[in-house]
Design a protein around this ligand. Structure first.
Ligand SMILES: *[C@@H]1O[C@H](CO)[C@@H](O)[C@H](O)[C@H]1NC(C)=O
Ligand SMILES: *[C@@H]1O[C@H](CO)[C@@H](O)[C@H](O)[C@H]1NC(C)=O
Ligand SMILES: *[C@@H]1O[C@H](CO)[C@@H](O)[C@H](O)[C@H]1NC(C)=O
Length: 359
């Protein structure tokens, strides 16, 4: 929890502050592995402890084995003779100058996940209610990793994996809006004191998904791991049509449906010049976009429209349309010998074809 909050260094002191504020009765504390922690203990008598005995023990998470953490006996302590559990060797000390103020707190360096458990501080010369009890949780909070296990056009199977966490983390899949995505039962396994958890989910929509691991007991949530899922969302070739003639020329339309992320449409002429158009008309349904872009053209040319989606680095195949104007039309009409004579004013209408003749 400390590592994940680098911008708030004062929070690194939180576990210690928590300890200081809970000096009587049962209390609890949490810290991150690798950090140092003070376990507080001072009997209400506040008597000088320099020539007394106090003993710190620990009962592990399972409640089974008891460990000797630290014993002070009139200046003799476990650092100087055997008896201390292997796990704590060389990492625990008392505060020599605090003893005369009745302070039997200890300091544990470089905490490990296995240090988690219930600690008691016992004074054999005092009444049992002077015993102190403190619950220590040393957390390990690796970030989850996410992968796509399998994918078809319509769905994608995602996996979120976290290894070596303590306490057991709860994994959750969320969509880009932070809504929870239903997932399968998590698969939890334990190696030593640490948990590994796998959470699969099948999604059917294009989106940016994320997986977060939460450890309630230590009020910790990891940074989310992100994954981008693209389902059917790459814009296909747009469809282009001639809508009708206007006073200014021919009105063409370029249309793409059901694309995600939102595509940008662009009209170009046969020399590759980008043409000015009006604003596109964009509509959204079911998380994907339909976009229409009209253009008015005035010259005989082969025009093309493409859809591009910058976010996914995708550009559709261009759709072409050939628009011939006046002179050509006259020639064509002469050779075609239409059975029905068109009305007089139709002479200005161009012949249109959606495909460019093979060149
Ligand atoms: C005991 O000593 C430690 C180390 O100096 C200190 O952090 C803690 O506040 C002291 N406890 C009390 C009750 O004075
Ligand atoms: C996740 O999906 C893979 C592939 O189908 C499967 O082998 C694995 O057992 C699944 N795991 C869980 C926890 O659902
Ligand atoms: C394109 O032109 C048609 C016909 O004039 C019109 O109905 C439509 O609203 C226009 N669309 C856009 C996006 O300008």
């Amino acid at each position: 929890m400390m590592k994940q909050l680098p911008l708030l260094p004062f929070l690194a002191l939180l576990p210690l502050l928590l300890l200081f504020s809970l000096l009587t009765g049962n209390s609890s504390a949490c810290t991150n592995e690798g950090t140092d922690v003070i376990l507080p203990c001072s009997p209400s008598t506040r008597e000088n402890l320099q020539n007394k005995l106090f003993d710190w023990k620990k009962v592990g998470q399972g409640g089974d084995t008891q460990h000797e953490v630290f014993m002070y006996d009139s200046a003799v302590h476990y650092d100087r003779h055997s008896g201390q559990s292997e796990q704590f060797k060389g990492r625990v000390s008392h505060f020599q100058n605090e003893l005369k103020h009745g302070n039997a707190s200890i300091f544990i360096r470089k905490t490990k996940v296995i240090d988690s458990g219930s600690y008691t501080c016992v004074f054999p010369h005092l009444k049992p209610d002077e015993e102190f009890c403190i619950e220590l949780v040393v957390g390990a909070s690796p970030e989850p990793s996410v992968t796509i296990l399998d994918q078809t056009k319509g769905w994608s199977l995602l996996q979120c994996l976290v290894r070596g966490s303590f306490p057991e983390p709860l994994l959750q899949w969320q969509d880009s809006s932070g809504n929870m995505v239903p997932a399968a039962e998590p698969q939890v396994s334990k190696t030593g004191d640490r948990y590994s958890v796998i959470l699969n989910t099948t999604v059917t929509k294009t989106d940016r998904y994320q997986c977060v691991a939460t450890q309630e007991e230590i009020k910790h949530q990891t940074k989310p791991a992100h994954i981008y899922v693209l389902l059917n969302g790459a814009a296909s070739e747009p469809s282009v049509t001639i809508l009708h003639q206007t006073e200014d020329g021919m009105l063409l339309q370029c249309l793409v449906r059901g694309a995600f992320p939102k595509p940008l449409l662009q009209w170009t002429d046969s020399s590759g010049n980008t043409l000015n158009t009006e604003e596109p008309q964009v509509s959204e349904r079911g998380g994907s976009y339909d976009v229409i872009l009209n253009i008015t053209v005035t010259k005989t040319d082969r025009y093309q429209c493409v859809a591009s989606q910058e976010e996914i680095n995708h550009q559709s195949k261009p759709a072409h349309i050939y628009v011939p104007f006046n002179e050509k039309i006259e020639k064509l009409e002469k050779t075609e010998q239409r059975p029905n004579t068109p009305p007089a004013d139709s002479a200005t209408y161009p012949m249109i074809s959606e495909q460019l003749p093979e060149s």
